[in-house]
Structures are given as structure tokens and as C-alpha cells.
Ligand binder design. Structure first.
Ligand code: CO
Length: 133
């Protein structure tokens, strides 16, 4: 894993949170993008080499909607940038981690993504992401 690519933050109201993070970071987000398959609308802020990804649910069965129901707004996942997502998945399976989707899926911001089950990572939802070429 090469760096923290982004931190995902679950929010109830993306518009309000865009304003909040604009004030916090002193800059505008650089894009909003819907990920239909996940039922989320995302908003990205660049912070140095890393990004903040705000996540709002777009439907009640969205993983973000369920997360907000059970927990609250806050850090939802940590995403690590990887060079070869297939090789990383194999390595992590061999190390005993539980992978939620072994086949990488399309994520926001031109990425292939895989999630690890939080129960195998100290309660932290981990995302692996590889730039799509
Ligand atoms: Co993410």
C-alpha cells in the first residue's frame, strides 16, 4: 500500500457538509460524483496528496444510510492507494483478512475498489483503491 488515498466521511446532508468542509479546508471540493451501485453521492476535496470523500446516501438501502442509522456522522472508511489491487487482495486473503468483494468494483473518482470487513481490521472499514487505467 502506497499512501492513504482518501478518508471517507459519512454525512447526512452533503450540501451542508460541502459548506462546512469548504470553511474547514479553505477550498472548494473539486468534484461531486454519484456511485449508483452503492447508493451514494460523493464529494471530493483535495488535501495535499490525500483526499476527503464526503458520502451521502441516495436511497434508504444504501450502506451509508445503514451506517448513519446504526452509528452517526463521522469517519466511515480509510482508503489506501495500491498499485495492483488483484495482487493486494490475494496477499490480504493469505494473511487471513476477510474481503467483502474479492472482485474489484467501480468506485468514485476513476477507481477500482475492494473493501475489507471491519471485523478483521479492528473495526475500521478499509478500502483498497487502484487508479483505473
Ligand atoms: Co472511498
Amino acid at each position: 500500500m502506497r499512501k492513504i488515498e482518501h478518508l471517507g466521511i459519512a454525512v447526512k446532508d452533503l450540501k451542508a457538509s460541502n459548506q462546512l468542509f469548504k470553511k474547514l479546508l479553505g477550498k472548494e471540493h473539486y468534484k461531486e460524483e454519484e456511485v449508483g451501485g452503492e447508493g451514494v453521492m460523493t464529494s471530493f476535496f483535495q488535501v495535499g496528496e490525500t483526499k476527503i470523500e464526503l458520502l451521502e446516501a441516495t436511497r434508504p438501502d444504501s450502506p451509508i444510510a445503514k451506517y448513519l442509522e446504526q452509528k452517526s456522522e463521522g469517519i466511515h472508511h480509510i482508503a489506501f492507494d495500491v498499485e495492483d489491487i488483484h495482487a493486494e487482495v490475494e496477499r490480504l486473503i493469505a494473511e487471513g483478512f476477510e474481503i467483502l468483494n474479492e472482485t474489484p468494483k467501480a468506485g468514485a473518482d476513476n477507481k477500482l475498489v475492494v473493501f475489507l470487513h471491519p471485523k478483521s481490521t479492528n473495526g475500521v472499514l478499509v478500502e483498497l483503491c487502484q487508479e483505473r487505467k
